[in-house]
Write a protein that binds this ligand. Sequence first.
Ligand SMILES: Cc1ncc(COP(=O)(O)O)c(C=O)c1O
Length: 445
Amino acid sequence: MNTEKHLKKEIFKKVKQYFAEVHQTALSAPFIEGKSRINYAGRVFNEKELINLIDSSLDFWLTYGKYSKDFEKKFAEYLGVRWVYLVNSGSSANFLAFYALTSPLLKERKINRGDEVITLAVGFPTTVSPIVQYGAIPVFVDIELETFNIDITQLDEAWSPKTKAIMIAHTMGNPFNLKAVKEFCDKNNLWLIEDNCDALGSKFDGKFTGTWGDIGTSSFYPPHHMTTGEGGAVYTNNSLMKKIMLSMRDWGRDCWCESGVDNTCKARFTQQFGTLPFGYDHKYVYSHFGFNLKATEMQAAIGVAQLEKLPDFVEMRKNNFNKIYQGLKDLKEYFIFPKPTSNSDPSWFGFMLTLKNGLKFSRNDIVGYLESHNIQTRNLFAGNMLRQPTFNTLKKGIDYRVVGDLPNTDKIMNDSFWIGIYPGMRQEAIRYSVKMIRKFVKKYD
Ligand SMILES: Cc1ncc(COP(=O)(O)O)c(C=O)c1O
């Protein structure tokens, strides 16, 4: 064995030992009701992630390399899509996906400033931000209370001759009605971006969410279905989108050489571009105003190990969700329960409860109670985006449009909260969460 291999073996042995002594010990500490913190989400890993991470650090390639390539290939295989690009966050993935639709290569279907994009006000802000940042007009529609997803009956009203795309998330992992939305897009010649950041592993009609539209996006921030720390991905089956996203992710360049590689096109010095001198180095030819949204090799290395666990993670999320549902489902007089979209199999992000109207307690009462018993809770992110301070400078009817008054979006903002179901959650923690919710509402019998 050469020195490099020998040293790596020794280091990995120690890393394995470190994982067992430090992380494993912490994970197997006894669960104490009320004392042990129940997080809403968190990273789940073992020595394999640590070993990959150390391996990539020792190689010190740092930027796009063998792990990144491997990750993109394996993630594409998992999803059943042709192309995946790793990026540095889910927000970057949304940003890249949206900006891809502004590429001149799309000709008359390109999104121009002032064009409209149908979206939701409920959920995470960076599904909407790129639309506003570019200068397109978001058009907000309401959701259904039980699925938290787009109310497809409002699509016709939302449409105008300026509509170019729909960009929405599968809220809390629950797939939106992809059949209806896709049909609407096809009928009206619209692009569809699926923000799949909270729904990795979810299926609609037997096919993964994120793979129905023109582009899907993922986040690998730790609370998500798998993690690379910071990180995300875009995916597509459309070869033009693939070309545009690769260019825009990597500075806007025309060249597609991997880092450290030259002359992949075999015509590096023999092409004519714009009014540049003939044979100008293709490596420095720019066909887009791009960004640099690449992730590092260390993130990819963690991702490769996480991908092996992903199918189990998805199953554990579904099981944990069902256990909480079984434990609470009779409390119908208090709560509106999450309802899977018909014909779907959600890989849930969390367990969300919406308080019914006219109760003697508020969302903050129950959330305060749970938090005081060490059960972490979350709102559905921004609630109603339109009520966030970031909208103060925007003018309704000019910078954005709204269909109706979004009463269900407001209801979620006021009366919904969610608790964890992530794969690292102990079964005792699930039982305790159920017990404490039941104990809280009993006070109001
Ligand atoms: C639906 C949705 N989209 C996008 C994002 C952004 O992902 P990131 O935190 O990786 O930027 C999130 C974050 O949680 C999200 O929930």
